[in-house]
Design a protein around this ligand. Structure first.
Ligand SMILES: [Zn+2]
Ligand SMILES: [Zn+2]
Length: 147
């Protein structure tokens, strides 16, 4: 797990270099905290964690870092929880749907091209231009049903 986080951080670093984006220490730290956390996390919980190593951190510090990470597609917004998750595959700008467990709050990221295709088809039929879209399903994960 730890090795995986390290390799994801290195991957992010390389992608930023290729894109000419500045992967500052704070931005990297925020992504690292999110990868270590695993599930969805709010900006304020992130701020608390960040303060453990950076006592000067303020809400704008976290929000700016989150904006950057969203722009780079390293993280996703979980609209219904007002929280964020680290992406499990930021090698690409993929479409996204989320399964959110109501019991353990785990968020699973899925990438269904069929769901995307249906939305695009409906948008065309209704002469609607989609800018952003959120597909989130709530329920119980495998783990919480077995327990
Ligand atoms: Zn993703
Ligand atoms: Zn669960």
């Amino acid at each position: 797990m730890q090795a995986n986080i390290q390799s994801l951080l290195e991957q992010a670093q390389q992608m930023c270099e290729t894109r000419g984006a500045r992967f500052t220490i704070t931005r990297k730290k925020v992504l690292e905290l999110m990868l270590k956390h695993g599930g969805a996390i709010s900006a304020y919980d992130l701020l608390d964690k960040l303060k453990e190593t950076d006592t000067a951190a303020k809400p704008p510090t976290v929000y700016r870092a989150l904006d950057f990470l969203l722009e780079q597609h390293f993280i996703h917004r979980v609209e219904s929880q007002n929280a964020f998750i680290a992406c499990n595959d930021f090698s690409d700008t993929h479409q996204l749907q989320l399964f959110i467990c109501e019991k353990c709050q785990e968020v699973q990221e899925i990438h269904s091209p069929q769901i995307q295709q249906s939305l695009n088809d409906q948008a065309r039929l209704n002469d609607f231009q989609i800018k952003t879209q959120t597909v989130e399903a709530r329920g119980l994960c495998h783990h919480c049903r077995v327990d």
